[in-house]
Design a protein around this ligand. Structure first.
Ligand code: PHE
Length: 499
């Protein structure tokens, strides 16, 4: 990661945003508000799903609520693949981001309607909109820095990462408070207001983006459009048919949808890798790189599977087993969802300068070692959770101090610093050229698959109990970390010059 302030001069006469192109201000504000709406909604999601109907919630049991959360996250990031396709081949990134933003806002406002019947419709809209917006706004950031030195481009992405986390920090404090303490739907409504601000900002600031993303990079032919449409119709038909049969047989259960989507989350990347390996365009030179990439990918899946339990099991731990009293006032559980973005804002500059210092001494860890460290850290955070669980069980009140979760999130964020910034650039370097347009999607797919698995993994929580459950995953992550560090040399030989 580089520092935010760009050190390279901007062409004279041009107004800048912290030394960056003006268009960056537009993308910064758009992404900040979009993430505000997403993380605000996400902070409330599980709490709303499992709260009793008498408290305005949906009264779904804990395990199912947590599984719905995991699978929903998976769907949102899986839609990034077709979202990237729409921009590359049909609309261009500019239009995809705009349409995505409007659809997301419509989704949040649907959640604001106080009726459970429309709840899943709202979630569906947010998923489609996010698939259109999230990968393509990142691509627009890349476009703004085309032909610019890579350090400046890195600084641009670091600034963008700050936008993500400022939005993520503010959302639980406001949306979470309104949702938990005033009214769930008002909270969801505020997320919608945030997203609307993103759209306004994007439209008003569009003039600063020049012609970035105005046209599809690789327009689809008429026949390609038709075949894509046929495939969408076919698969939608198959899914709707299966659902209809399930309902008619009287066997329908929300678990069926959760399981089907979780299977999809695992099958899609496997299918994707099979296609890459079978591609005649994959050279003998490219093959070992993909083999290495599969290892990185699987590790990232495990990382996100553990990491994204923050919005589900850890959110519930905050709600039920954490003492949140400050001077007699109990702050909302969702506020702890602000801990990760707050830690990012504190730690990102420290890690950035740490890597630079180590690099100056030629001692910056290689990518596989960073991945190994990320696994040790995420495992360490769950080892802490295991202790927190034991402490809660042993305490009279059944609750522990808030410092446990703050520390857990701190350690997780250090893991994020080792894995997240290198992941995307790694995908860019390792994937063959023919697949380049879908690489952003491939990286999001690791997050998606992690979350799909998380829908199953979290089912062990109830039978095992907190301390055993968290310790189990700590051990799995720890062993993976150690294996990665030991295998670093081998992986580097597979990736060739890339490390
Ligand atoms: N905090 C990151 C974000 O919201 C998490 C993330 C990483 C999401 C990688 C997708 C892919 O953007």
């Amino acid at each position: 990661m580089a520092s935010i302030q760009s050190k390279d001069p901007v062409p004279s006469g041009e107004k800048t945003f912290f030394g960056h192109p003006r268009g960056m201000a537009t993308l910064f504000m758009t992404e900040m508000w979009e993430r505000f709406s997403w993380y605000g909604m996400r902070a409330l999601l599980v709490l709303y799903l499992y709260s009793a109907v008498s408290d305005g919630g949906l009264g779904i049991d804990h395990t199912t609520a947590v599984a719905i959360y995991g699978v929903y996250n998976a769907v949102v990031y899986m839609v990034a693949m077709p979202g990237g396709w729409v921009a590359d081949r049909l609309w261009g990134a500019r239009k995809a981001v705009l349409v995505g933003g409007v659809v997301i806002a419509a989704g949040h406002f649907t959640l604001a309607i106080p009726h459970s019947a429309v709840f899943f419709l709202g979630l569906g809209l947010i998923a489609i909109g996010t698939g259109l917006l999230k990968p393509n706004i990142s691509a627009l950031v890349g476009d703004l820095y085309q032909d610019q030195p890579s350090a400046r481009r890195d600084a641009g992405f670091t600034l963008f990462y700050m936008a993500i986390n400022i939005g993520g920090l503010l959302a639980p404090l406001t949306v979470g408070y309104l949702g938990e303490h005033v009214d769930w739907h008002l909270g969801f409504g505020l997320a919608g207001v945030g997203m609307s601000l993103a759209v306004v900002q994007y439209v008003l600031g569009g003039k600063h983006l020049g012609d970035a993303g105005l046209k599809p990079t690789n327009p689809a032919s008429h026949a390609e459009k038709r075949s894509a449409l046929n495939r969408v119709l076919l698969w939608t038909g198959v899914a709707a048919g299966a659902l209809l049969i399930d309902v008619l047989l009287g066997t329908y259960d929300i678990e069926h949808i959760v399981n089907a989507l979780a299977v999809l989350g695992v099958v899609v990347p496997i299918g994707y890798f099979v296609v890459i390996f079978r591609s005649p365009k994959l050279t003998a030179e490219g093959r070992p790189k993909i083999v290495a990439f599969v290892w990185f990918f699987m590790t990232a899946v495990l990382f996100w599977m553990i990491f994204d339990q923050s919005g589900s099991l850890l959110n519930i731990f905050a709600d039920e087993k954490t003492n949140r009293l400050i001077g007699g006032w109990e702050f909302p559980a969702s506020w702890l969802q602000s801990a990760n973005p707050a830690w990012v804002i504190i730690l990102a500059p420290i890690f950035a300068s740490l890597w630079v210092k180590l690099a100056q001494r030629n001692r910056e860890p290689s990518t596989p070692v960073k991945f190994g460290l990320a696994m040790l850290l995420i495992g360490g955070s769950f080892a802490l959770m295991g202790l927190a669980g034991a402490a809660a069980a042993a305490s009279d009140t059944g609750k522990v101090t808030v410092f446990w979760l703050l520390a857990v999130y701190g350690v997780q964020t250090m893991g994020e610093m080792c894995l997240s910034p290198v992941g995307l650039s790694l995908s860019t370097k390792l994937a063959p050229k023919e697949f380049i347009s879908q690489i952003m999607g491939l990286w999001f797919l690791a997050v998606a698959t992690g979350n799909a698995l998380n829908g199953w993994a979290t089912r062990l929580n109830e039978p095992l109990g907190d301390s055993l459950y968290y310790t189990l995953w700590a051990v799995v992550a720890g062993l993976t970390g150690v294996a990665f560090i030991f295998g670093a040399r081998k992986l580097r030989s597979l990736t060739g010059e890339v490390h």
